[in-house]
Ligand binder design. Structure first.
Ligand SMILES: *[C@@H]1O[C@H](CO)[C@@H](O)[C@H](O)[C@H]1NC(C)=O
Ligand SMILES: *[C@@H]1O[C@H](CO)[C@@H](O)[C@H](O)[C@H]1NC(C)=O
Ligand SMILES: *[C@@H]1O[C@H](CO)[C@@H](O)[C@H](O)[C@H]1NC(C)=O
Ligand SMILES: *[C@@H]1O[C@H](CO)[C@@H](O)[C@H](O)[C@H]1NC(C)=O
Ligand SMILES: *[C@@H]1O[C@H](CO)[C@@H](O)[C@H](O)[C@H]1NC(C)=O
Length: 625
């Protein structure tokens, strides 16, 4: 089926504009920290003594050096939350308590009660017999409870309690199996398969979405189906496993790219399906959530695409950076981890309605300056299903408090991936990590805070109750086909569809309301192909009523090979905005040079880039901060 994406997109946009209800009023939350196993004083063998945990059920790591802790989502009863923890300090084998070691999947009580042994948590994966957990995958991130309640997605594994609810006392280690997930990509099914990352299970418990890096600093997103393979004949590992089959690459063979040239004209195709990083599913599973190509310069947003029609919805538009997100099961809300409110990105992204042209070369740096190393600047933001619009930018869930050390709105506690809603949509769980050296202390003007969490723990799992809301039934789960009409089948042995590449040249972009932008695209000079520099001159340019741009902006990019993720940009901006906002976006004398690695996110710049909006000045962070 060939769908005319322009027609559908236009209809959807029009529909959204007509149908979007007025934004909701802010709502109250009651926020508590959820219990976790006690912290071990050190990670030395035996440090988890009976004094630290009298019940002998293990101790966890205090710090985040291994970056292994991860909070997940709720069990079907809404009273438990799954988490990946790192147990440390266990006594050596054959002590029976030696099972409380390494990365393990636990359930945490979210209703203030305890399990029969008195602990408010229980380990699901500790002590599972080796024969029940053959060749399990070391990747244990993004824990997620299946809606069936008897299984969990645990990184690249499925933990299965054989038909018994994970919360049940009958879900014992002996009953539990853990199976690795395998993605066959070779035509003959051989080898260890593809390298999926950030697996997100569809609400039907069967279909999966994921992302996967390319070798040259890019990423593709995929959709497939989990199929149990009790006795595989090929591929590694040759053990009972789940295979990802009927795989689609989430790229449209017939669809137009995000930027399109036609002779000397260049056009932004707002209906293009550009799934840059897959973030999950709508509550009903009828839409895929993703981070897409920017629709405004340097502004990274969350979008949703309908799995059948390919219709796009832009869910966020705030100039700050958004990343992890999760929908409520009633399909009426989503919670996003976003830097909005921190002014982390405003110096480069604050000026609204600049078309996404320099992004051809600057998108990687714009997606990297959001963090300082492992420090995120995220907080959880609740937004209704229609997303940011006009003056509505959602509500920070933990926005109220006294701001004291360890309070729910202490800005030194930063949101991490993923937040989640309870099945009845009345509760939200999220987790945070404390800023630690080198993102504080030393030459950094931010002193390192002292953790107020139990045992000095540097991460915490938080529960927000939406106290004004009544429980809502989940939306019925969308019956998703194995093959998405607008995507491209990607069977084992297939190669990726070719990417559309822009041709160097001089182009004109017409403003939707007024004016024109002249655009020069210059070929990359590193032999990488594609565009290496973008220069734009705006003259009375307006895409949005009341926002008029004049001036010039020019960015060139170098990839600092051999690391394909390390970018260096040379940047010159001198843009004046008039109308609703009086603003400037300007580099200092000598321009602005930024070097940043997408994987490590350490800010290192010379020169300045500053955005000023109605007299408010937004400056770039200092190097290393
Ligand atoms: C051990 O269990 C008891 C109840 O049997 C409970 O009160 C206590 O909090 C538990 N200990 C720890 C360290 O969680
Ligand atoms: C679990 O199974 C093993 C044999 O695989 C047995 O020795 C052990 O007693 C069982 N443990 C429990 C708690 O049932
Ligand atoms: C809060 O933490 C800071 C370090 O981030 C410390 O200097 C200050 O004394 C603490 N305040 C209180 C009241 O403990
Ligand atoms: C594009 O290149 C032409 C030819 O070098 C130059 O005259 C023009 O000013 C450039 N435009 C922009 C926006 O840089
Ligand atoms: C600039 O655009 C506005 C509409 O946004 C229009 O009213 C005005 O006449 C234009 N000015 C020039 C100099 O083109």
């Amino acid at each position: 089926m060939h769908l005319d994406s322009r027609a559908i997109g236009f209809g959807a946009l029009l529909g959204a504009a007509l149908a979007a209800p007025p934004p909701p009023d802010p709502e109250p939350f009651e926020i508590v920290e959820l219990p976790l196993p006690p912290v071990a004083p050190t990670d030395a063998v035996g440090a988890c003594t009976a004094e630290v945990n009298p019940n002998g059920t293990g101790c966890i790591r205090r710090d985040m050096t291994s970056q292994e802790f991860q909070g997940g989502d709720f069990t079907p009863d809404g009273n438990h939350v799954v988490a990946n923890v790192e147990f440390v300090g266990a006594p050596a084998d054959p002590d029976p308590l030696s099972i409380y070691t390494g990365e393990q999947l636990i359930l945490v009580k979210a209703d203030g009660t305890t399990f029969p042994n008195g602990d408010p948590w229980k380990c699901l994966s500790c002590g599972v017999p080796a024969e029940n957990a053959l060749s399990i995958d070391p990747q244990r991130d993004y824990p997620h409870v299946l809606r069936s309640g008897d299984k969990a997605l645990w990184g690249h594994n499925i933990l299965d309690c054989g038909g018994v609810d994970l919360t049940s006392d009958e879900c014992t280690p002996n009953r539990t199996h853990i199976y690795p997930i395998h993605w066959p990509i070779a035509a003959d099914g051989s080898g260890s398969g593809g390298a999926p990352r950030e697996l997100r299970l569809h609400p039907d418990d069967v279909h999966m979405g994921w992302s996967s890096f390319t070798a040259d600093g890019g990423q593709n997103c995929f959709f497939g189906r989990l199929e149990f393979n009790a006795n595989p004949a090929t591929g590694v590992p040759l053990v009972p496993r789940y295979d990802l089959v009927d795989v689609n690459v989430l790229r449209s063979p017939n669809g137009e790219p995000h930027l399109v040239t036609d002779g000397t004209e260049i056009r932004i195709n707002e209906d293009a399906i550009s799934v840059g990083e897959l973030r999950g599913w709508s509550g009903a599973g009828d839409e895929i959530l993703y981070i897409g190509s920017p629709l405004e310069a340097n502004n990274i947003d969350l979008l949703a695409v309908h799995v059948i029609t390919g219709a796009i919805r832009r869910l966020t538009s705030h100039p700050e950076y958004v990343d992890p997100a999760s929908f409520s099961r009633d399909n009426k809300w989503f919670v996003a981890m976003d830097t909005r409110g921190t002014d982390r990105q405003m110096w480069m992204s604050g000026m609204r309605w600049i078309p996404p042209l320099i992004d051809i070369v600057s998108v990687s740096v714009a997606a990297s300056t959001r963090n300082n190393g492992v420090r995120r600047f995220f907080q959880p933001i609740l937004i209704d299903r229609d997303g940011d619009r006009d003056e509505y930018f959602g509500q920070q869930i933990n926005g109220e408090g006294d701001g004291s050390n360890g309070s729910v709105n202490d800005p030194n506690w930063n949101g991490r991936a993923d937040p989640a809603f309870s099945p009845d949509s009345t509760k939200i769980v999220y987790w945070q990590a404390l800023v630690v050296s080198p993102a504080c202390g030393g030459s950094n003007p931010l002193p390192c805070p002292v953790s107020t969490a139990q045992g000095g723990r540097e991460y915490r799992l938080m529960l927000a109750r939406r106290i004004s809301r009544q429980p809502k039934a989940p939306a019925s789960v969308f019956d998703i086909p194995d093959y998405i009409p607008w995507a491209t089948p990607f069977p084992p042995g297939a190669s990726l569809p070719e990417t559309y590449s822009l041709e160097p040249g001089q182009y004109t972009l017409q403003g939707k309301i007024s004016g024109v932008a002249s655009v020069n695209l210059t070929a990359d000079t590193q032999g990488l192909g594609g565009i290496g520099a973008v220069s734009v001159a705006y003259s009375n340019y307006s895409d949005r009523q009341g926002y008029i741009l004049n001036g010039h902006e020019e960015v060139s990019r170098e990839i600092l090979l051999p690391n394909p993720w390390n970018n260096r940009v040379e940047w010159y901006s001198d843009i004046v905005q008039t109308g609703v906002v009086s603003g400037t976006k300007k580099t200092g004398p000598g321009g602005f040079q930024l070097e940043i690695d997408v994987m490590t996110n350490i800010f290192s710049a010379t020169g300045t880039l500053t955005t000023t909006l109605d007299g408010v000045v937004y400056e770039q962070p200092a190097n290393g901060t």
